[in-house]
Design a protein around this ligand. Structure first.
Ligand SMILES: NCc1[nH]cc(CCC(=O)O)c1CC(=O)O
Length: 336
């Protein structure tokens, strides 16, 4: 590959530090800028009312009952955060091997969507489509004889996608990594009159060890048998991510996501350069836990590392970032 830059000028005629000397100048030469408009806030919901439960492995993050979730949605609106992503902790008694609770129109996710859209119609509501919160096995798809079935799982998730859309979800976000699900969802949504519902595909999602605190938060950590390597991607691969993203766009994805975030920014850059579609990354639970734990020890300064990492996502090519630090970041960006 030929280099993109030829270096023009040489020291001492050129002094790179000149542009960095003062704050106004640094602001003037900044190549990317993080704004509140770039943030999607993932929020965990639980049954009950008036209840919040701290997620042990994610200091500062609570699971919220639907009424408190609505307060969180209002807080996001007041800060100008464009969208919230909902993740449910489903009662263990409702988890079955056919994950049927996933397409119960009155399940926790659908109740949270309806309550949020009623209170704040103008905020974007994003919902995962995957079976793990509802599956007794903790897997994203239906398991039979130890195998995670593809096409059968897609059928169940189509039903899940439809009830979520019916409840008012704006953006379906399939995080399951089954093949062919984007096309199946798009077809079913259009047929049901949901042609405006957007799809943000977890297109390049890796079988990562950074998801443990999330699984702790939704109560699937103990349930999960084995790992997710037969459907999520091998962290060693990058070309394969391009094929995944290409398929999802061809099948109708409106936006694509790379996950996890920081260790995978090379993938974000390739995706953005090659496809030029709205591209997102998820600063996942383990990344949040890592930074928060260090900050809580006084080894890092939370506000600074949060804004720095989010700026790095932007620099890598992200149009937006899912982050548990969305509220803190929004406050910092707005000086509140
Ligand atoms: N399909 C479930 C799902 N949706 C988002 C995350 C991870 C989010 C995080 O770690 O913050 C996961 C976990 C997993 O795939 O096991």
């Amino acid at each position: 590959m030929s280099p993109r830059f030829t270096t023009l000028g040489a020291y001492p005629t050129t002094r790179m530090r000149r542009n960095r000397r003062s704050d106004w100048s640094r602001r003037l030469v900044a190549e990317t800028r993080l704004s509140v408009d770039d943030l999607i806030w993932p929020v965990f919901v639980q049954d009950g009312s008036g209840s919040r439960t701290p997620v042990g492995s994610m200091p500062g993050v609570d699971r919220l009952s639907v009424d408190l979730f609505v307060e969180a949605v209002k807080q996001a609106r007041d800060l100008g955060i464009p969208a919230i992503a909902i993740f449910p902790e489903v009662d263990a008694a409702r988890k079955t091997s056919d994950a049927r609770e996933a397409y119960n129109p009155d399940n926790l996710v659908c109740r949270a969507i309806r309550a949020a859209k009623k209170a704040v119609p103008g905020i974007g509501i994003v919902c995962d489509v995957a079976l793990d919160p509802f599956n007794a096995d903790g897997h994203d798809g239906i398991v039979r004889d130890g195998e995670i079935l593809n096409d059968e799982s897609v059928e169940v998730m189509v039903r899940q996608a439809l009830v979520q859309s019916e409840a008012g979800c704006d953006v379906l976000s399939p995080s399951d990594m089954m093949d062919g699900r984007i096309g199946a969802f798009r077809k079913a949504l259009d047929r049901a009159g949901h042609q405006h519902v957007q799809i943000m595909s977890y297109a390049a999602k890796y079988a990562s060890s950074f998801y443990n605190p999330f699984r702790d938060a939704i109560g699937s950590l103990g349930a999960l048998k084995g790992d997710k390597k037969t459907y999520q991607m091998d962290p060693a691969n990058s070309d394969e991510a391009m094929r995944e993203v290409g398929h999802d766009i061809a099948e109708g994805a409106d936006m694509v996501m790379v996950k996890p975030g920081l260790p995978y920014l090379d993938i974000v850059r390739r995706v953005k350069d090659a496809f030029g579609v709205p591209t997102y990354a998820y600063q996942v639970s383990g990344e949040y836990a890592m930074l928060r734990a260090a900050a809580d020890h006084g080894w890092l300064v939370w506000d600074k590392v949060l804004l720095e990492t989010l700026a790095c996502f932007k620099r890598a090519g992200c149009d937006g970032i899912l982050t548990y630090g969305a509220v803190d970041a929004a406050r910092l960006l707005r000086g509140k």
